[in-house]
Ligand binder design. Structure first.
Ligand code: ADP
Ligand code: ADP
Ligand code: MG
Length: 456
C-alpha cells in the first residue's frame, strides 16, 4: 500500500462504509464533520476527526478548500468523497490532485465529461450507445426550447445538466406547461447546483430504471451486472435489486456491453454507474446518465458478486490497477435493498428529522444493514433523510424477498417517521412480487387517489 491515511469527505452511512473498507485494508481514517455531526457514528469510528464548520453543508461538507486543508493538516494522503456532496465535483478532484492528495474517483477531466449530463449524452452517442431522444445542447432560448420540444414530441423532460438526486427535473405534459417548467427547472438547478443549464429529452412513461455497475483502471473495464431501481418517488430510488427481474439474458448482456463500451470510450478509472431506462414493451434501452462515484445502492451488487466495491475503489486508487478481471466476477443469487428514510410516506414522503428514542435493527441469515444511526441519535435536519439501508440476499428472488419481509418485521424505529411501513406494503403488492413495475408505480398504483399523489 502506498496510501496510508484517508480523509472521509462525507457523512452518514457512506462515511461509516468507507471507514470499514479502510480498516479492512489497514488504512487509517480521518472523519470530517460539521458541528451538527459531532456525535455521529463515523466520528466515533474513525481514527481521528476534524471539525470543518457549521451545520449547513454549504458552509462545511461542500467547501473544497476547507476539506483539502483538513486532509493536509491531519496528514492524509487520500480523500474519499462518498456520494452526493462533492463526489462529482471536478474542481474538488483537481484541488486534491494539486495538493498531492489522491482523489478516490476518476480524474477531474473525466468527471467533467461524464458528470455533466448533456456532455455524457454526447459521449454516449459517440460510443454508439443509444440515448433517449432529445437534444445534446443546452437550451439557451425559450422559443428554441419550445420548438425542440415540439419536434421531440410531448411529454418531454427538462433536465439540469448538473442535476442529481431527482432535482432540477420537470416533466412537461403539453405545450401549455413548457414555459413555467423551464423557469422552475432552471431556478432549481441554479440554487441546488449553482448551474442553471438545462436540456430536453423525450419523457418515456412506464419505463424501468436499469443501471450497470462498472469498475475501471483507465485501461481495463469490468462490469458487475445490473441493478433494477424502478421503485421510485419524485425520480428518487426507494428500492433496488439485482439481477433485474425484467431482463432476458440477451438484454442483460447487451446493456452491460453498452455500459462497458461507454466506459472504455472515456478510459474510465474507478467505480462508476451507467444509468439506463428500459422500455419493457419494446425491449429498447436508453442511456440517461453516468454517476462517476460509488452509489447508495452498491451493496446490492456486493451481495450478488461477493465483492467489496469500496475496498476496490481504494485499491484502484492505490495501485492504479483493477484487482479483478471479468472472469473473476461471479454472480450468485439475488439481492434487494430498501432505503429506510426518516420520512412520512403518508404525507408525500416528507422528511422529518428528530431523536431516535427506540431503535431495533434487523439481522440474521442473509441480512445486511448499512447505517449510521443508533438508539438516542438525534438526526440533524440539515442533511439527507437516509437512516439505514436494509439489504437481503437469497439464492433466488423469492428467498431474498422473504428475508426482507422478515427483516422489516423485526425493525422498530420510534421518535421519527420511517419508510418501513411503505416497504412492507410494497412487499405485498402482487405487481411488485411478480417483478412487473415501472418508475411511476408508487405514484400511479400505490398512491392512486391519495391526497398526496401529486407530490410523488
Ligand atoms: P444514487 O445515484 O447513488 O442512487 P441518489 O440519487 O439517491 O443516489 O443520491 C445520493 C445522494 O447524493 C443524495 O443525497 C442526493 O441528493 C445526492 N446527489 C446525487 N447527485 C448529486 C449531485 N449531482 N449534486 C448534489 N447532490 C447529489
Ligand atoms: P438524477 O441525476 O437526479 O438521478 P436521472 O437522469 O438519473 O437523474 O433521472 C432520475 C430518474 O428520472 C430516473 O431514474 C427515471 O426514473 C427518471 N427519468 C429520467 N429520464 C427519463 C426519461 N427520459 N423518461 C422517463 N423517465 C426518466
Ligand atoms: Mg440518476
Amino acid at each position: 500500500m502506498t496510501l496510508h491515511r484517508v480523509l472521509v469527505a462525507n457523512r452518514g452511512e457512506i462515511a461509516v462504509r468507507i471507514i470499514r473498507a479502510c480498516r479492512d485494508l489497514g488504512m487509517e481514517t480521518v472523519q470530517v464533520h460539521s458541528s451538527a455531526d459531532e456525535n455521529s457514528l463515523p466520528v466515533k469510528l474513525a481514527d481521528e476527526s476534524v471539525l470543518i464548520g457549521p451545520p449547513p453543508a454549504s458552509q462545511s461538507y461542500l467547501l473544497p478548500k476547507v476539506l483539502v486543508e483538513a486532509a493536509l493538516k491531519t496528514g492524509c494522503d487520500a480523500v474519499h468523497p462518498g456520494y452526493g456532496f462533492l463526489s462529482e465535483n471536478a474542481e474538488f478532484a483537481e484541488l486534491c490532485a494539486q495538493a498531492g492528495l489522491r482523489f478516490i474517483g476518476p480524474s477531474a477531466e473525466v468527471i467533467r465529461l461524464m458528470g455533466d449530463k448533456s456532455a455524457a449524452r454526447r459521449a454516449a452517442i459517440e460510443a454508439g450507445v443509444p440515448v433517449t431522444p432529445g437534444s445534446t445542447d443546452p437550451i439557451v432560448d425559450r422559443a428554441e426550447g419550445l420548438k425542440l420540444a415540439r419536434e421531440i414530441g410531448f411529454p418531454v423532460l427538462i433536465k439540469a445538466s448538473a442535476g442529481g438526486g431527482g432535482r432540477g427535473m420537470r416533466v412537461v405534459e403539453s405545450e401549455a406547461g413548457f414555459d413555467a417548467a423551464l423557469d422552475s427547472a432552471t431556478r432549481e438547478a441554479e440554487s441546488a447546483f449553482g448551474n442553471g443549464e438545462v436540456y430536453i429529452e423525450k419523457y418515456l412513461p412506464r419505463v424501468r430504471h436499469i443501471e450497470v455497475q462498472i469498475m475501471g483502471d483507465g485501461v481495463d473495464i469490468v462490469h458487475f451486472g445490473e441493478r433494477d431501481c424502478s421503485i421510485q418517488r419524485r425520480h428518487q430510488k426507494l428500492v433496488e435489486e439485482s439481477p433485474s427481474p425484467a431482463l432476458s439474458e440477451k438484454q442483460r448482456a447487451d446493456i452491460a456491453d453498452a455500459a462497458c463500451r461507454l466506459a472504455r470510450k472515456v478510459a474510465y478509472c474507478g467505480a462508476g454507474t451507467m444509468e439506463f431506462i428500459l422500455d419493457p414493451a419494446s425491449g429498447d434501452f436508453y442511456f440517461i446518465e453516468m454517476n462517476t462515484r460509488i452509489q447508495v445502492e452498491h451493496p446490492v451488487t456486493e451481495m450478488v458478486t461477493n465483492s467489496d466495491l469500496v475496498k476496490m475503489q481504494l485499491v484502484i486508487a492505490d495501485t492504479g490497477k483493477l484487482p479483478v478481471t471479468q472472469d473473476d466476477v461471479v454472480f450468485c443469487g439475488h439481492a434487494i435493498e430498501c432505503r429506510i428514510n426518516a420520512e412520512d410516506p403518508e404525507r408525500g414522503f416528507m422528511p422529518k428529522p428528530g431523536k431516535l428514542t427506540d431503535l431495533i435493527l434487523p439481522s440474521g441469515p442473509g441480512v445486511r444493514v448499512d447505517s449510521h444511526v443508533y438508539q438516542g441519535y438525534d438526526l440533524p435536519p440539515y442533511y439527507d433523510s437516509l437512516m439505514a439501508k436494509v439489504i437481503t440476499w437469497g439464492r433466488d428472488r423469492e428467498e431474498a424477498l422473504a428475508r426482507m419481509k422478515r427483516a422489516l418485521g423485526e425493525m422498530e424505529i420510534t421518535g421519527v417517521p420511517s419508510t418501513v411501513a411503505f416497504h412492507q406494503r410494497l412487499l405485498s403488492e402482487p405487481a411488485f412480487l411478480e417483478g412487473d413495475v415501472h418508475t411511476r408505480f408508487v405514484r400511479e398504483s400505490m398512491w392512486a387517489g391519495h391526497p398526496m399523489q401529486g407530490m410523488l
